[in-house]
Design a protein around this ligand. Structure first.
Ligand code: ADP
Length: 538
């Protein structure tokens, strides 16, 4: 028997058109460089995105050609998010925190034809313009200043002219492209199809994932150049939510002001952002009147248990999720399943600190040298995933094809346990694992425990070479302002929580931990710094 359903392509064009028809009154708020708030509604966003798509088509943008963006999170970036794919092009978001040489490498490797850049980021563009090969550069006049000569004015594209019919798009067409943030090597490019972005949006909106709906007010703090701000701009427009973009102002006070003025209900970012927010809330507990129960999606690095606990005290709810550039990115999110209803206290927080259960249509397994690890919450293995929004290769990079197994799974490089309820727990990235006397020690577990010490702001645990055990853990610790602590004190704090051989051989106190452009701890740099560290018994 043949099914009798229509063939209907899953494309971003549908999301854009639906938003224009159904949600013309939903608001989009953006903080501008001068800190004022720009406001308009979906009707205007829809009109401008269509004008921009038409202008790109008039300039000869062909199917599959890349248009790069070098922009903060704001309305014009959202216009580009939809206009470029709806013109048949590929949205390529450049990471403005990278070294200019790396930005040029990535733009050239991707073969970007045009660039859209914020006027406030022109000084950055100047640093790599000689090395990059854009045919045209469009400047968004966020500050209101005249666009310098030699550049095109973005407002002439998105602010004027006549819209055209959106070309017929196929769901398997390329729509977007992102490079990994390069924590463990040279950035690698992933190309997203319309279908993957649409399915990812549908799944992200589910109640047990982000639970995003029309009544939400959503602030993506995670940059729109970091894996599409975790797909949130697409998901929010699909449901017609209000959006409140932070622009270039990502410090805790500006974010809290925005959460308060717009009564934000859902926000997302990496743990370093939340550590700053928490500090500000603890310093001035009655300064901000936030919407009680605001959900904060935390991902990109592990959310320490102590952070989840602390936000609960402020009536803010952490949603811990895991993903990668290669997984579009959301692949698992933590919610407490009904079968765990009886969990409370320590056990509940330990469960909530895990990276959660896979989304529908994402399949997971943990692989050991002896085959698939049992879901027992103890056996560590490398996490492998597959699903409709998981990459099947990198852009123009055959050297990495061993990341995919012969039976079609993607090897993530993350070492995990999976418990009997299907909760994934990241214990390490394979390159950060500590192998002591043939046993694996989880640096993430030790870091999270240290972060629970009242004097510790944050900690990184790394492997240092050891003549007898091959490697031993060393804790590199940043104390809270004005605090002092001894190695003995921290060791005693950890002792009841871990097996003896897990306890770090040393504790080094440093003013800060080096980080990547997307806020991850740069452990490779720390390992280099402490290469010659000698353990007490070494
Ligand atoms: P890069 O691989 O260069 O760091 P990505 O931004 O794609 O770039 O990072 C994906 C990686 O980030 C994952 O493989 C994982 O190691 C880490 N990660 C993401 N979310 C979490 C999380 N909730 N807990 C721990 N690690 C995470």
């Amino acid at each position: 028997m043949r099914a009798t359903m229509m063939k209907f392509p899953l494309t971003l064009a549908h999301i854009l058109e639906r938003a224009g028809k159904l949600f013309p009154g939903s608001e989009i708020v953006s903080r501008l460089p001068d800190k004022s708030l720009h406001r308009y509604r979906y009707a205007e966003f829809h009109r401008r995105a269509r004008l921009l798509a038409a202008a790109l088509a008039r300039m000869g943008l062909k199917r599959g050609e890349r248009v790069a963006t070098l922009m903060w999170n704001h309305y014009a970036h959202l216009e580009a998010y939809f206009a470029i794919p709806c013109a048949g092009g590929v949205l390529h978001t450049l990471n403005l925190r990278l070294h200019p040489d790396d930005i040029a490498y990535i733009a050239n490797h991707a073969g970007d034809r045009f660039l859209i850049v914020d006027d406030v980021l022109l000084p950055l563009y100047d640093k790599f313009r000689a090395a990059a090969k854009f045919e045209k550069v469009f400047v968004v006049p966020l500050t209101g200043a005249a666009v310098p000569s030699g550049f095109e004015d973005y407002e002439r594209l998105a602010g004027r002219g006549r819209p055209r019919q959106i070309p017929r798009l196929r769901e398997e067409d390329a729509a977007g492209m992102c490079y990994t943030s390069g924590t463990t090597g040279r950035p690698k490019g992933v190309v997203y199809s319309h279908r993957a972005l649409v399915l990812h949006s549908l799944a992200s909106a589910l109640p047990d994932v982000m639970g995003m709906g029309n009544h939400d007010t959503v602030t993506p703090v995670v940059p729109m150049f970091h894996v599409n701000a975790w797909g949130i701009p697409f998901t929010a427009v699909m449901v017609g939510a209000k959006l409140a973009f932070p622009g270039p102002h990502l410090d805790a006070v500006n974010l809290l002001d925005l959460y308060q003025s717009e009564q934000v209900t859902l926000t997302a970012g990496v743990p370093t952002i939340w550590a700053g927010i928490l500090q500000a809330l603890e310093n001035e507990p009655s300064r901000w009147q936030l919407k009680p129960g605001m959900r904060m999606v935390v991902g990109g690095a592990a959310a320490p248990e102590a952070m989840i606990r602390a936000f609960d005290r402020h009536h803010l709810r952490v949603l811990h999720g895991w993903g990668m550039t290669e997984t579009t990115p959301v692949a698992s999110v933590n919610y407490v399943k009904r079968e765990l209803g009886g969990l409370a206290g320590e056990a509940l927080y330990a469960q909530r600190a895990k990276q959660g259960v896979p989304l529908p249509f994402v399949e997971v397994r943990a692989m050991t040298p002896d085959g698939e690890a049992p879901w027992d919450g103890r056996t560590m293995g490398e996490l492998e995933v597959r699903g409709p929004w998981i990459a099947s290769s990198y852009h123009d990079l055959d050297a990495e094809s061993d990341k995919w197994s012969e039976d079609g799974w993607f090897r993530t490089g993350d070492i995990v346990t999976i418990d009997v309820h299907g909760y994934i727990k990241i214990t390490d990235r394979s390159k950060d694992l500590i192998k002591s006397g043939g046993e694996w020690i989880s640096s993430v577990d030790l870091e999270n425990a240290l972060a629970g010490h009242p004097k510790v702001a944050e900690a990184a645990v790394i492997a240092v070479p050891h003549p007898k055990w091959d490697e031993r853990p060393l804790a590199v610790v940043v104390l809270k302002p004005g605090q002092s602590a001894t190695a003995e004190e921290l060791r005693e704090y950890l002792a009841p929580k871990f097996a003896r051989y897990w306890l770090p051989d040393g504790f080094e106190f440093v003013p800060e931990i080096p980080r990547t452009s997307t806020g991850k701890m740069l452990k490779a740099k720390l390992r280099e710094q402490f290469r010659n560290y000698k353990s007490r018994d070494g």
